[in-house]
Ligand binder design. Sequence first.
Ligand code: IDP
Ligand code: MG
Length: 154
Amino acid sequence: MERTLIIAKPDAVQRGLVGEIILRLERKGLKLIGLKMASLDEAMLRIHYAEHTEKPFYAGLEEFMKSSPVVLMAWEGYQCVESIRILVGSTNPRQAASGTIRGDLAIGTGRNLIHASDSKDSGETEVANFFDDDELFSYDKSEYMHIYEGNERE
Ligand code: IDP
Ligand code: MG
């Protein structure tokens, strides 16, 4: 099963939208396999946002991501990386579709509430970067037979 890292960013924590984010992912039928609060430091952010460190917005992004604790989550599900990116919406919330987390709840690109892994490989890597093995949980979700067809559950 695919895994993806979700970060409820400082704006989500400050605005009390962590529960709303979790609710939307739970309602989709995805499985929460890891959850914790953390304060991110420069070293972690430079690894997490390695592709962006040379970009003009990076300094502001790092400062913002350090401004409050965040909530880190690992989610699992059939092709969940793509489905979560669709639920999250475009990076610029003003262009994000209505019905998405960013489209419904955010305005500023630098205050877009949530990080979601963007590929199967980055999902695996990012979950491993932020969670130790003993912080990730493997369990049967009883509702799976009502969410997935047989071959999708494997
Ligand atoms: P993503 O979060 O949708 O994957 P990325 O392009 O990977 O978007 O950018 C990472 C994060 O950097 C964004 O979520 C946003 O917080 C911030 N960011 C990206 N582009 C801009 C920008 O043009 N101005 C300010 N912040 C930006
Ligand atoms: Mg990204």
